[in-house]
Design a protein around this ligand. Structure first.
Ligand SMILES: [Zn+2]
Length: 362
């Protein structure tokens, strides 16, 4: 919420890690790290809408008549979490306009952890490409008869960009050292806020899905080192038990950390729970040639999977840096969270008294 107001803006800017460690990526020819696949399921906790490009689409994206979430949506979500948690470059700032130290990687042999994992493209005439060591497939819906939910939304927000809301909280400047995240809105299970009469002309119905649908997908990885696989697993499952205290109101929330995917995040849409069903590590290809035996891939399921995940996520779950503490405040999912979310109205933005007002710290 802005200072002096009772409602909460749906988003906040949270800091990123500033110590970027660059390294050359493991190429696919030389087998050095772990390779394999992770099978996952996403369950949506609030209504979900994935359109082709934006909310301008009315229909949920489908393939052969079935609802689908494209792998690129997962990739975007995991990449942005990896940049924040693992210390990655600012891909949308190629020239280091905001912050020299966070400028987008420009040399395919010297990449931050997010570019090593998810890929990058050099600029210029002899540009090299690093494809990335993680690829994510599309997620198809499991339910035969999905339960639709028609929601009326605004095509675009009010268009006002109030600069003070976008400053990095700690520095008070627009320096690119923070990222925008949306709070979960657990009360938002069946509806979205009503659209005022005067904005009805910009409203449109979208065909969302009710909470409780399942989408299955696979993540393939090649030559990941220990730090990279830990980051990948953590960004997929996050944490199951977290406690936070938000802002000067000291709003106490308890619960797991959850993701957001798809459109309508400011309205509370797209909260989801990702679970890992199985992790398979492929046998070293050299060993495989040498032994002439059936592959002896290592498979983690059930109890052994729990242990493997808890080992791999320990480092980040135990990270109490400022960045992680702020991130937890944004990702926490607590069903008893009754905060009132909304934006200031047109008149608030037009009032000169508010021109320098920032959002309250969390
Ligand atoms: Zn990078």
């Amino acid at each position: 919420m802005p200072t002096d107001e009772k409602f909460w803006n749906p988003y906040r800017l949270i800091p990123v890690k500033e110590n970027i460690v660059s390294d050359s990526p493991q190429t696919h020819e030389s087998f050095k790290g772990k390779s394999g696949l992770i099978s996952c399921t996403l369950k949506n906790l609030t209504p979900l809408f994935v359109g082709k490009n934006s909310l301008n689409e009315q229909l949920f994206l489908t393939r052969n008549g079935r609802h689908v979430i494209p792998g690129s949506s997962f990739k975007g979500m995991l990449r942005s979490l990896s940049e924040i948690i693992g210390g990655g470059c600012h891909v949308t700032d190629p020239r280091g306009q905001y912050s020299k130290s966070l400028a987008a990687c420009h040399n395919a042999q010297k990449l931050c952890i997010a570019c090593r994992m998810f890929g990058m493209m050099e600029r210029g005439s002899h540009a090299k490409v690093h494809m990335g060591n993680v690829s994510i497939g599309d997620a198809l819906i499991r339910e035969e008869k999905p339960q639709p939910l028609t929601l009326q939304v605004l095509l675009s927000s009010c268009g006002t960009r109030h600069e003070p809301f976008y400053r990095t909280p700690k520095t008070g400047r627009l320096d690119g050292k923070s990222r925008k995240f949306y709070f979960h809105q657990p009360q938002r299970t069946e509806s979205v806020p009503n659209i005022p009469e005067n904005l009805q002309s910009r409203a449109q119905n979208i065909n969302a899905l009710k909470p409780g649908h399942h989408f299955d997908f696979e993540v393939h990885f090649t030559n990941l080192n220990k730090e990279e696989i830990e980051l990948l697993i953590y960004t997929l499952v996050l944490e199951e038990n977290s406690q936070v205290e938000i802002g000067e109101e000291k709003v106490k929330l308890n619960g797991p950390l959850r993701h957001k995917i798809g459109h309508g995040k400011p309205l509370g849409l797209g909260s989801c729970h990702i679970t890992i069903n199985k992790i398979v590590y492929l046998t070293d290809s050299k060993q495989r040639f040498a032994s002439l035996q059936q592959s002896s891939d290592t498979v983690f399921e059930g109890e052994s999977l729990k242990n493997e995940i808890s080992g791999l996520t320990r480092r980040y779950a135990g990270d109490n840096s400022e960045v992680m503490q702020q991130l937890r405040k944004m990702l926490i999912w607590d069903e008893s969270d009754t905060r009132n979310f909304g934006y200031p109205d047109y008149y608030w933005f037009k009032n000169p008294v508010n021109s320098q007002k920032i959002l309250k710290n969390i």
